[in-house]
Design a protein. Structure first.
Length: 173
């Protein structure tokens, strides 16, 4: 599934529901995340940044599309959050930052990532309340694992960050 393309999310949900049939869906793990790497040129008509779409909107949309099955199954929904959300000093800045065309410089990509993961956490909280009594909705933050190899290109994960853990510590989280 391509989380940048909401029609792909819709197709995935439809295929999943068809494949499951009457079977239960015990767990839904929502673990995707990306920095700001915006498509050039931006997709015509796009309203939000790629990072916001991947880190929040696509997850929320997938839960919406699967909602009936999730509720019928009593599914445990797990959102992978991030300790980066602590970098969000002013949540009122998020609304402008997530709009398509709000270019994020390379040095501000971590700030934008934190803002989009903060929005995702608020979405998870809303879903927790919305689905209370039907599904268990949790958010987990495994920590920052600089040695994971997830950072590519010019970006690197800071090894001196307070949340930084070794790969071995991350495996135990």
């Amino acid at each position: 599934m391509d989380l940048l393309e909401l029609h792909s999310v819709q197709s995935f949900a439809s295929s999943t529901l068809q494949a499951l049939g009457d079977s239960k869906l015990d767990y839904l793990l929502l673990n995707a995340g990306m920095l700001g790497n915006e498509r050039e040129p931006p997709v015509k008509g796009a309203r939000y940044t790629d990072a916001f779409i991947v880190n929040h909107l696509a997850h929320h949309y997938l839960v919406h599309l699967l909602r009936q099955k999730l509720v019928a199954s009593g599914t445990r929904i797990v959102f992978v959050s991030s300790g980066a959300i602590r970098q969000v000093e002013d949540a009122s800045e998020i609304e402008e930052a997530i709009k398509a065309g709000s270019k994020t410089s390379t040095t501000e990509q971590w700030k934008h990532y934190a803002q989009t993961k903060f929005a995702a956490l608020i979405g998870a909280l809303w879903l927790r309340r919305e689905l209370a009594g039907s599904c268990e909705v949790v958010a987990v933050s495994p920590g920052l694992i600089p040695g994971s190899g997830l950072a590519k290109g010019d970006l690197s994960l800071p090894t001196d960050h307070p949340d930084a853990k070794s790969v071995e510590e991350g495996e135990l989280s």
